[in-house]
Design a protein around this ligand. Sequence first.
Ligand code: GLN
Length: 485
Amino acid sequence: MHNKSVAELSRELESGKISSVELAQQFLDRLKLEDGKYNSFITISEEQAMVEAKAADDMRAAGKATAWTGIPFAHKDIFCTNGVRTTCGSKMLENFVPPYDATVTEKFKQAGAVCLGKTNMDEFAMGSSTESSYFGATTNPWGASSAVNRVPGGSSGGSAAAVAARLVPAATGTDTGGSIRQPAALCGITGLKPTYGRVSRYGMIAFASSLDQGGAMTRTAEDAALMLNVMAGFDPKDSTCIDREVPDYTATLNEPLKGLKIGLPKEYFSEQLSPAMEQQVRSAVREYEKLGATVKEVSLPNAKLAIAAYYVIAPAEASANLSRFDGVRYGYRCEDPKDLMDMYTRTRAEGFGNEVKRRILVGSYALSAGYFDAYYLKAQKVRRLIQQDFITAFKEVDVLMSPVSPSPAFVQGEKNTDPVSMYLEDVFTIAINLAGIPAMSVPAGFVDGLPVGLQIIGDYFSEARLLNAAHQFQQVTDWHQREPQ
Ligand code: GLN
């Protein structure tokens, strides 16, 4: 069962060959046995999972089953889950049990899905390697048998590793600068970051509010479509969520790609990309040509400014969002504070890890009086130019294709002492968040036995087209079915 996709499991459940309770038990047994190798989960919520599985069987018996009823899956530990600890990978929230569900959590519950637990992540989603988690690093299932362990990417590295290792068929992720796509690429799975505003952020712990977006991490594009069917939609509890009809994303998966216009941004095939990676990405694009697509070079002249703009905007927003963790209402509080100021300073000094502190310091500096215009305002202007580049490109082509990351999964410890080299991991993903457009990562080959992702970028609300393009590619390739040893 563990090798089956969500769509396949759904058919097994529907046929009555297996019950939701049996399926949940099988997955939980395997998860408990295997995850010691990867540390992809922070919390396994066995008791709640079995309650949900029983409810799923009842739902089916009552004739109310959806495609998700009884499907085991996991949430990134950034989505609030009522009654189940939600840590965001931080000591600050080590013992935080939310009294409410995120909208995304709620939607999966209504569909009858069975949440097995909460997956590991970089602390507060700040990182590209899942090494900054207070609960220890996650190991990539690819290359795990060799002498060195590799990172699964981040920040949604727990979800990516769990899906790649067949511990769950699907998991949620969030993407502020690449955190769904880069770990999906490094673990050889399929990842979808929707248009900003397509999926509610209510109850998703905020990092950088103008960039954060929840999305899907699965093995197949078809399953990503099934996930987005559940996740997408207007939510009055999130003021940036957009009120716009949600199509059935599975309905257009089989449209032919003949005539699809693909643009290759020349700035994304630069010296930052290793030749072996470039070869894989270009041969994936050739598959699309065989399917009837046409390819031309396009330019995103401001793309090179994306990392600099992001590392002002994201920390600025983070410094504001994270001010709520002060020891007063919830989360960690230091022992025996002398006075209020002592409580604030020691709580935050002890509760946050180094990368989070670095972001808060940078962000507070960028927003401070006298520097606001020079940094934050300037970065926002650059952001607009980057957005304009994409708008111009989509006048000529339907989708853009590029690499996801400059290299395959790197060795644990290789980059985590050098923030700038870590930040450069997102050189091909960050501009997409600044523009707010959707993008996917699709398995597209291997370099040195490690997975390589193809990034497919679309115009606003073109998720159906991206999923269609990814699904058609997966009908003629089998990269997404390869299983780590
Ligand atoms: N790696 C980027 C960062 O550290 C993006 C993280 C994310 O998308 N959550 O900010």
